[in-house]
Design a protein around this ligand. Structure first.
Ligand SMILES: Cc1cc2nc3c(=O)[nH]c(=O)nc-3n(C[C@H](O)[C@H](O)[C@H](O)COP(=O)(O)O)c2cc1C
Length: 175
């Protein structure tokens, strides 16, 4: 028997999705937002997209400075993912609250998160207004990851565990 799914839970039919940490805004006053709604779009050119609500402080930063970095956390940063996904950078310095270390991105003026295992530096290609979340399409101008994690091109899950968001306050990982 299959039950109807209420509108608020429709996105969760497409979860679990990896929880990611997006950094945005100029290095000195950069912010971090947790997101789960990400999509690889194209290899040539290299394009990815993230869906962000206009209610987020990060939305304004990405729109204004036209760049963002996607940082890939592991299970060890699960607390930071919860912190960066529950308070706003408008009110708090999340670097301090989430105990994350700031490093300069290579090609764009923002920070990357030292503790994360991979980084995709993106220049904003297009913003598409769609609904209660809008799509930010980024052109990847630099991508790098830990040798031990991505030596074979795909994540080595025997050594590094992703954070998989099930929806609401629930998370899981790989075995
Ligand atoms: C695991 C997780 C995933 C989230 N995914 C998204 C997302 O894909 N898009 C979004 O707009 N907000 C998402 N959020 C909510 C934002 O992270 C949250 O509202 C955050 O406090 C906004 O921060 P800011 O105001 O500093 O930008 C998610 C939160 C969590 C914990």
């Amino acid at each position: 028997m299959k039950k109807d799914i209420e509108a608020a839970n429709i996105p969760y039919l497409l979860h679990p999705k990896p929880a990611l940490l997006i950094t945005c805004g100029p290095f000195e006053k950069s912010n971090i937002i947790s997101i789960a709604w990400s999509i690889p779009i194209s290899r040539k050119p290299p394009l990815v997209a993230v869906a962000i609500s206009p209610k987020r402080y990060s939305y304004n930063l990405i729109e204004k400075y036209r760049a963002f970095a996607i940082n890939v956390p592991t299970n060890e940063q699960s607390n930071a993912v919860k912190v960066c996904g529950s308070i706003s950078g408008k009110d708090k310095n999340k670097w301090e609250t989430a105990k994350l270390t700031k490093e300069r991105a290579r090609k764009i003026d923002t920070a990357i998160i030292k503790e994360c295992i991979a980084h995709l530096e993106c220049v904003l290609e297009k913003k598409i207004e769609l609904g209660d979340h809008d799509l930010f399409v980024g052109r990847v101008v630099e991508a790098y990851g830990e040798e031990e994690a991505y030596g074979l091109g795909i994540l080595n899950t025997s050594k590094f565990k992703p954070i998989l968001h099930l929806g609401k306050d629930s998370f899981t990982t790989t075995v």
